[in-house]
Design a protein around this ligand. Structure first.
Ligand code: IMP
Ligand code: MG
Length: 197
């Protein structure tokens, strides 16, 4: 059943407003999994999940990919904060395995300014991938600074700060089974929470 909206408001803040409910998320992710299954037939896609935000999406997505797959994880942090980002990204935890010759699917929770995925895309291309595509659960087109080619996209959302289904604010809310807008929040990362995860 999971943490539902009313209960979540008790724990966290009265300022949550559900944007995408659990059933809608699951339905769309199943469609993405089916698309990936079709497109990658005959191959073994290597899914790279950007920690920590994309783990919930990844876990749901791979259950709908009807192919042999392999998984790896990477964690990054950005210099600066959410409003004044420098575009410089630092790898905090690198991949365990080589990407050389692999059909890589880069799995991200949300595409916002594009700086993180732009950096990771170029970084991965330099590691000799056979192919590289991006799959993101959410897309906030209004805040884009760098254009990033996205092959698979769950939902376009408005320019609001969202939490849940893996996404956090100050490391909280990741366990909500839905996506909610966190109202009355400034997008500046709180002290010690500048990791873009
Ligand atoms: P960007 O595309 O480089 O700006 O950064 C994307 C990253 O910023 C995501 O992976 C998230 O960690 C974080 N982020 C951006 N927008 C949101 C949001 O609305 N809620 C939670 N995290 C966000
Ligand atoms: Mg992230």
């Amino acid at each position: 059943m999971g943490l539902q909206a009313e209960r979540a408001s008790e724990f966290y803040s009265p300022d949550l407003e559900v944007l995408i409910d659990e059933a809608t998320l699951k339905r769309r992710i199943a469609e993405l999994g089916a698309e990936i299954t079709r497109d990658y037939a005959g191959t073994t896609p290597h899914l790279v999940c950007v920690l920590k935000g994309a783990v919930v999406f990844l876990a749901e997505l791979i259950r709908h990919i009807d192919l042999p797959i392999t998984l790896d994880f990477i964690a990054v942090s950005s210099y600066g904060n959410a409003t004044k980002t420098s575009g410089e990204v630092r790898i905090v935890k690198d991949l365990d395995e080589s990407l050389a010759g692999r059909d890589v699917l880069l799995v991200e929770d949300i595409l916002d300014t594009g700086l993180t995925l732009n950096y990771l895309m170029n970084n991965f291309l330099s590691r000799g991938v056979k192919s590289l595509r991006i799959v993101t659960l959410l897309n906030k087109p209004s805040r884009r600074l760098v254009e990033v080619p996205v092959a698979y996209k769950g939902f376009d959302i408005p320019d609001a700060f969202v939490v849940g289904f893996g996404l956090d604010y100050a490391q909280r809310y990741r366990n909500l089974p839905f996506i909610a807008v966190l109202k009355n929040v400034s997008v500046v990362d709180p002290p010690g929470c500048s990791a873009r995860s």
